[in-house]
Design a protein around this ligand. Structure first.
Ligand SMILES: CSC[C@H]1O[C@H](OP(=O)(O)O)[C@H](O)[C@@H]1O
Ligand SMILES: Nc1ncnc2[nH]cnc12
Length: 285
């Protein structure tokens, strides 16, 4: 049975309408996640929600405990993880208020632990295609159903922040062919793949970053104004997801990404590391 996880970004700190909703705190081998997890049922499907920055927005993009967040979702039984994020746009035809179903990333973050694995248990998974095509398609349908203008496919530039980009950086990312920019989807997407979760990223455009000749440089006040309009549609999208997930096998193989990934010989594995990795990689250990 699918269990849907939602990581809510800036502006999305809870979801309403869950039956038997309950916030439950938990710990992981990588510390506490950003907040307690909100568990509940929606249309007969189990759902787990986590506000990425914590309720009250206490975590910076760099201080978000990405490993703990993904490990907590995995420990809670989540199989399908939808990330919702505020982003700037590099394209005229992707305007504030639009939703982009991200399918590629360029990672320019520099300060974040990007893997569950490490010395004593080495593994290499593919993130050539970093999102789940089936879950992404369900998100696109759900977002359209919620009345959003939806762009299927887009490259997300993950920057460290917390400052926004300079004009020169903004122009450069546009030349690189990036479509949207944010500060949080990496290493989240990498870790979701290591944890064998189906992962999709829904980017809600809030601004034109700082490249656009007809718009001023991105300001937080503009982002917050646009987010207020978007969050209702994001909540409607989440509510529609249970009805749109199918049992079809995902062509990317997200749920067996670790099949051939572990390099360390069984007799050379660090027992402490193996123990710590039980929830993430127990299937193949
Ligand atoms: C509120 S503006 C910058 C902030 O918003 C985005 O957060 P999230 O990705 O969690 O929606 C962006 O990445 C920055 O963290
Ligand atoms: N322009 C931008 N750059 C980085 N993160 C953002 N989140 C929302 N807008 C953004």
């Amino acid at each position: 049975m699918a269990v849907i996880g939602i990581i809510g970004g800036s502006g999305l700190y809870q979801v309403d309408g869950l039956q038997n909703a309950e916030w439950r705190a938990l710990d992981t081998p990588w510390g506490a996640p950003s907040d307690a997890l909100l568990h509940g049922m929606l249309d007969g499907t189990a759902m787990v929600f986590l506000p990425r920055h914590g309720r009250g927005h206490v975590h910076t993009p760099s201080s978000v405990p990405y490993r703990a967040n993904i490990a907590a979702m995995k420990a809670a039984g989540v199989t399908h993880l939808v990330s919702v994020s505020a982003t700037g746009s590099f394209r005229d035809d992707m305007a504030p208020g639009d939703f982009v179903i991200v399918d590629q990333f360029i990672d320019r973050t520099v300060q974040r632990a990007a893997s569950f694995f490490g010395p004593g248990l080495v593994a290499h998974v593919s993130i050539a295609h970093p999102v789940c095509p089936l879950l992404s398609a369900a998100c696109a349908d759900a977002a359209r159903g919620a009345g959003a203008t939806v762009h299927e496919g887009g490259t997300y530039l993950a920057m460290e922040g917390p400052q926004f980009s300079t004009v020169a950086e903004s122009r450069l990312y546009r030349e690189w062919g990036c479509d949207v920019i944010g500060m949080t989807n990496m290493p989240e997407a990498r870790l979701a793949r290591e944890a064998e979760l189906h992962y999709a990223s829904v980017a809600m455009i809030t601004d034109f970053d700082s490249w656009h000749p007809d718009h001023g440089s991105v300001q937080i006040t503009d982002i917050l104004r646009t987010l207020q309009g978007n969050v209702g549609r994001a909540a409607e999208m989440v509510a529609a997801l249970p009805g749109l997930l199918t049992d079809a096998a995902c062509s990317e193989g997200c749920d067996h990404a670790l099949d051939h990934a572990i390099m360390t010989a069984p007799d050379m594995r660090d027992p402490a590391m193996v123990y710590r990795m039980k929830t993430i990689a127990g299937r193949v250990l």
